[in-house]
Design a binder for this molecule. Structure first.
Ligand code: AMP
Ligand code: MG
Length: 413
């Protein structure tokens, strides 16, 4: 069986960033930039005040102290958004100035309002001040023409803010994939409806949809198929015809009613692999299919039906692929070294992703405490976990206190 790391490598080899599109600022969060951007002007663009206070010449205040305050004449004020055409004409003068307001050339420091007392058009200052204090200088953050955002950057709220600061009303990003879910199973009933004897509620379609939403993929199509060749074929045929990525749940193992692999192959999906040496998630299928009007192929993932398996395989294999299609080049599942609390035992042959909760001790050491509910149908074990401990393929035992690799669970990126 294919080791997990090779399966992930094979998947990523088939991922190409989707075409680009321009989106307005309020739609950019979560997308990935398709171009770099440079500062179109220096940041800050003009000298401005960092505080509410008084613009002064430092030379006037060299002798100021609590016992001998110096009084300056207030000759006017400059508020944020006003131009700085008022200047200190001679020594002994001050200008009332507000945070973000343009600082005139003749001012070489701004004294915070908290250290001044103003009355009758004069201000008394109780301490000296250094040259440049409380002035945010033009170009202090970046000069004009410097690259401040690279291509292939995931857009976060500060990046939206930075793009707006630079004056972009819209920006070029990669399109998000069109994703379809194919949910298989005779036993499934929609939540909210009554259950008969051996029926269960369909949870996978909602969990996967939520995971896609968390990634910034706001919509997905859902197709349901009973466990018959005809219905499975019909659902996949439609899903494949209108998607960049098709993700199915269930029916991908070796049971008599598991039609996913065979139907996908019938529908010209090229099998890249089927079955991985991982737990949960052994029966995962991955293939590619031709998309109309594109040089790049679509991706088909046949995920297992067990609710924990579907989400763990999504997190470890599908999410990295979706992010690549969205234009991201770096891996966002950033494995960490942690210390295991408790002992683990398993058979050799599969990499076990053990659901665990982290704890940070007073020295900053991160421990991972495995959940007591490790079976792949036990959703509480995953719901209460925040990391997946790697119990390596060929290992049989992990001792309490062992150093282990672990993937933090992160649905967003
Ligand atoms: P399968 O992979 O189809 O053999 O399904 C494995 C297990 O997952 C079975 O116990 C199914 O009942 C369960 N299962 C399959 N699909 C879903 C679903 N959409 N929601 C919840 N459980 C499911
Ligand atoms: Mg099934």
């Amino acid at each position: 069986m294919l080791p997990f790391s090779e399966a992930l490598k094979k998947i990523l080899e088939h991922c190409h960033a989707l075409a680009v599109t321009s989106l307005p600022l309020n739609k950019l969060n979560g997308s990935v930039t398709a171009e770099a951007t440079r500062t179109l002007f220096p940041l800050p663009r003009f000298d401005n005040s960092a505080v509410d206070g008084y613009g002064v010449k430092t030379a006037d205040l060299t002798k100021a102290s609590e016992t001998a305050p110096i009084t300056l004449k207030v000759i006017g004020e400059i508020a944020a958004g006003q131009s700085a055409d008022l200047e200190l004409a001679q020594s002994g003068e001050a200008i009332r100035i507000f945070t973000g307001a343009s600082v005139p050339k003749s001012v070489d420091a701004v004294v915070m309002r908290e250290f001044c007392r103003e009355s009758d058009g004069s201000v008394s200052v109780e301490s000296a001040i250094v040259h440049g204090a409380n002035i945010r200088c033009r170009g202090a953050e970046f000069a004009q023409g410097v690259e401040v955002i690279k291509a292939h950057t995931r857009i976060t709220p500060p990046i939206v803010g930075l793009l707006a600061t630079l004056g972009h009303a819209e920006f070029l990003v990669h399109k998000k994939p069109r994703v379809s879910l194919v949910i298989t199973g005779d036993e499934l009933i929609a939540p909210g409806l009554p259950l008969a004897n051996s029926e269960i509620y369909d949870s996978n379609s909602f969990a996967l949809e939520a995971a896609l939403n968390d990634l910034g993929i706001d919509e997905c199509k859902k197709f349901y198929a009973r466990d018959s060749r005809e219905q499975t074929r019909e659902a996949f045929a439609q899903a494949l015809s209108e998607s960049d990525v098709v993700i199915s749940s269930g029916g991908v193992s070796v049971g008599d009613k598991d039609y996913v692999k065979e139907i996908l192959e019938e529908l010209d999906v090229e099998t890249i692999f089927w079955r991985i040496a991982m737990k949960p998630g052994k029966p995962v299928f991955f293939g590619t299919f031709k998309k109309a009007g594109s040089n790049h192929k679509g991706l088909a993932f046949g995920l297992p039906g067990n609710p924990v398996s579907v989400l763990v395989t999504y997190h470890q294999l599908v999410k990295p692929a979706l992010l690549r299609l969205m234009g991201l080049e770096e891996m966002t599942n950033k494995d960490q070294i942690m210390v295991l609390k408790g002992m683990l035992r398993k058979k050799v042959g599969r990499l076990d992703f053990v659901r665990a909760k982290t704890q940070v001790n007073s020295n900053g050491v991160i421990s991972a405490i495995p959940s007591s509910k490790q079976d792949s149908h036990m959703m509480t074990g995953l719901a209460n976990a925040d990391c997946l401990v790697h119990f390596e393929q060929e290992a049989e035992e992990l001792q309490d206190g062992a150093k282990i690799t672990s993937t933090p669970i992160n649905w967003h990126g």
